[in-house]
Design a binder for this molecule. Structure first.
Ligand SMILES: *[C@@H]1O[C@H](CO)[C@@H](O)[C@H](O)[C@H]1NC(C)=O
Ligand SMILES: *[C@@H]1O[C@H](CO)[C@@H](O)[C@H](O)[C@H]1NC(C)=O
Ligand SMILES: *[C@@H]1O[C@H](CO)[C@@H](O)[C@H](O)[C@H]1NC(C)=O
Ligand SMILES: *[C@@H]1O[C@H](CO)[C@@H](O)[C@H](O)[C@H]1NC(C)=O
Ligand SMILES: *[C@@H]1O[C@H](CO)[C@@H](O)[C@H](O)[C@H]1NC(C)=O
Ligand SMILES: *[C@@H]1O[C@H](CO)[C@@H](O)[C@H](O)[C@H]1NC(C)=O
Ligand SMILES: *[C@@H]1O[C@H](CO)[C@@H](O)[C@H](O)[C@H]1NC(C)=O
Length: 239
């Protein structure tokens, strides 16, 4: 069941990617110079980038949550996301909605036993897996006294295999509610803290991923499926 969903996702991506222009030797990707990140016009929290992106990826994965036993609300406990190259979609009409199609496939199997490794195994390199997004431990959060975590985008086992610097650990500098509604996780701007993959990362065009409003004190870790686009700017690694 889960494999079927992933094959469908792969077929969807392959079907809508137009003929690839291949300036690149590492893997087939398309020129992003015309790709334009669209942000809501009524806000100034997320800054509009002025340069050409280094990478644009489709994220397919889960947001994890644990129950805060005091407030009885879910708190973020990281994410595990597979990131696919969508540079070749950037000039097509499907680019703006690809996250919605992917979400329908990803979410509609209630396939709770699909792992990130299943995604990699099933998709292989067609479409291209840029890499993974997940969280790493970073000491203790002084505000809560609980372990702190930082988001990382890691392409060292994906498209930039062999380059140990092809990652970015980042910190959120801007956060707005998704303009598409309260079921979708926030849109974010993050800045580089470590690594050479990017100076700035955006999470936009989110679909899903929000936890229920409340939880019971003994609730186990909750994983909520979501899809999104990640835009990476700057950094030293160009494909
Ligand atoms: C990408 O497209 C732009 C504008 O069309 C062009 O100036 C640039 O040389 C292209 N880059 C590559 C690597 O082909
Ligand atoms: C911008 O517009 C969206 C969608 O109409 C709305 O949800 C949001 O509250 C607005 N944001 C600001 C800062 O006005
Ligand atoms: C998130 O949940 C998934 C299961 O859905 C699990 O495989 C992963 O280890 C969890 N990650 C974190 C950081 O809790
Ligand atoms: C789930 O998939 C079924 C059949 O594939 C479809 O009829 C249904 O509309 C889908 N539901 C959602 C919520 O996407
Ligand atoms: C997921 O569950 C289904 C049905 O329970 C099973 O057939 C399948 O092998 C499982 N997949 C994995 C990767 O464990
Ligand atoms: C770890 O967290 C501190 C703030 O508590 C921050 O200044 C630092 O940049 C973080 N390091 C990483 C690698 O995210
Ligand atoms: C849990 O919620 C309480 C009350 O809102 C807050 O003070 C505390 O910092 C939260 N704990 C964690 C680990 O987020």
């Amino acid at each position: 069941m889960s494999s079927i969903l992933l094959v469908l996702l792969a077929m969807l991506l392959v079907a809508i990617v137009p003929n690839l222009a291949l300036p690149n030797t590492k893997y087939p990707s398309c020129n992003l110079s015309m790709a334009k990140l669209s942000l809501p016009l009524n806000q100034t929290v997320l800054a509009s980038p002025t340069t050409t992106p280094s990478f644009v990826g489709l994220g397919v994965g889960v947001q994890n949550y644990t129950c805060n036993a005091t407030s009885l609300t879910y708190s973020s406990a990281g994410a595990v996301v597979e990131v696919f190259d969508i540079s070749c979609l950037s000039a097509t009409s499907l680019f703006s909605t690809i996250q919605n199609y992917a979400f329908d496939i990803w979410n509609n199997g209630s396939a709770s036993n699909v792992t990130t490794q299943d995604v990699i195994d099933t998709l292989g390199h067609d479409p291209i897996v840029l890499g993974q997004h997940y969280f790493v431990a970073n000491g203790t959060d002084p505000a809560t006294g609980s372990p702190a975590i930082s988001p990382v985008w890691d392409f060292t086992s994906g498209a930039e295999k062999g380059n140990t610097e092809a990652f970015v650990i980042a910190a959120v500098v801007g956060d707005i509610p998704a303009p598409t509604g309260t079921d979708d996780v926030d849109w974010l701007q993050l800045k580089n803290v470590e690594g050479e993959l990017a100076d700035t990362v955006y999470r936009v065009d989110t679909k899903g991923g929000q936890p229920p409003m409340s939880c019971t004190a003994d609730a186990p870790l909750l994983s909520v499926k979501f899809t999104t686009k990640y835009w990476l700017f700057g950094g030293c690694i160009k494909h």
